[in-house]
Design a protein around this ligand. Structure first.
Ligand code: ATP
Ligand code: MG
Length: 301
């Protein structure tokens, strides 16, 4: 009996959050590092389907860096990283598209559909919803930076009841161009801004951002992020992720969180419990003067 009451209490505790997030869009960056086991993928699918049933609009943007590296290695194609960004040659771009748009995108879409969702898998090339140009003037080859997102098209899919699953590949304005490889963290943040999302969650393979001593940092603002990047505490794939979090909260999205995708049901824990998990990003120079930082920290909004 005690157990049954506990279950009911859990549901009751979630009511304020269900109300708050109802009909709101939540963008979830599903990192390659969080897609590792079939069990975790199942839990992820359950979380997304539950959000959808609760009237929340999840939008998935996925990564797949590890899978791309694995296939490149098998094909003996060399690929290097500068500051956490892949340098994409023409040959690499073919593999990036095969893995992201072909394999991972369809696997996630089909997984969600098997769990009863109405998911639709697309890449930024479909109807040119994501347009890009070469990043930093071409220093990274076919790695691109986003110039435009067609948020209306994604919103139309949401209105029709679909869960968009987006592969981070962008279209080029040039004809016969192979397209661009976009860092999935940047794609998620730009999609969140274009949709006016309530929140963006970055699922990854670590509990959150760590300091030099390995201590978990639960909150970060822009100044702290810059300092941790400058002294090398934040490195590799964590650089585009923290940059994306800072960009989204400065471009109108309420909150950005980096959470541990290896923890079962991490999405539900973040959204429906008071404390949440991971690292959350704050805008201390919020134009709403007089904002109460403690209140902001404690409110899961
Ligand atoms: N200060 C830091 N705190 C936490 N992780 C860090 C830090 N600096 C670097 N990292 C690294 O960043 C990694 C997460 O980024 P990574 O790009 O590997 O994963 P992902 O973005 O989730 O996956 P994908 O790029 O495939 O979508 C962590 O596993 C960790 O090794
Ligand atoms: Mg990454």
């Amino acid at each position: 009996m005690q157990d049954k009451h506990q279950k009911v209490q859990t549901l009751l505790d979630a009511i304020p959050y269900i109300k708050k997030f109802n009909s709101k869009t939540i963008v979830i960056k599903y990192g390659g590092s969080a897609q590792t086991s079939p069990e975790l993928q199942e839990k992820f699918a359950q979380d997304i389907v539950l959000l959808s049933l609760l009237g929340i609009n999840p939008v998935i943007v996925h990564g797949g860096g590890a899978r791309i590296s694995e296939l490149l290695e098998k094909l003996e194609i060399k690929s290097e990283f500068i500051d956490g960004h892949r340098v994409t040659s023409k040959e690499t771009m073919r593999v990036v598209e095969m893995v992201l748009s072909g394999e991972i995108n369809k696997n996630i879409t089909s997984l969600l559909n098997h769990h009863g969702a109405k998911a639709i898998g697309i890449s930024g090339k479909d109807s040119a919803i994501i347009k890009a140009r070469p990043k930093d003037g071409g220093k990274f080859g076919y790695t691109g930076e986003i110039t435009e997102i067609n948020g209306d098209l994604i919103n139309n899919l949401i209105k029709e009841g679909f869960i968009p699953v987006i592969a981070p590949i962008a279209d080029s304005a040039e004809p016969n161009h192979p397209g661009f490889n976009i860092n999935a963290d940047f794609a998620a943040s730009k999609v969140a801004v274009a949709l006016g999302a309530q929140k963006v969650l970055f699922l990854t393979d670590i509990i959150g951002v760590l300091d030099k001593a390995g201590v978990h940092l639960t909150t970060l603002d822009k100044e702290q992020v810059e300092a941790y990047k400058a002294d090398g505490t934040i490195a590799g794939g964590m650089i585009p992720k923290v940059d994306s979090c800072i960009e989204t909260i400065h471009d109108g999205v309420n909150k950005a969180h980096i959470i541990d995708g290896r923890v079962e049901h991490s999405i539900l824990l973040e959204l429906f419990t008071k404390d949440g998990i991971g690292t959350q990003f704050l805008r201390r120079d919020n134009p709403n003067n007089g904002i109460d930082i403690e209140k902001l920290l404690n409110e899961n909004d």
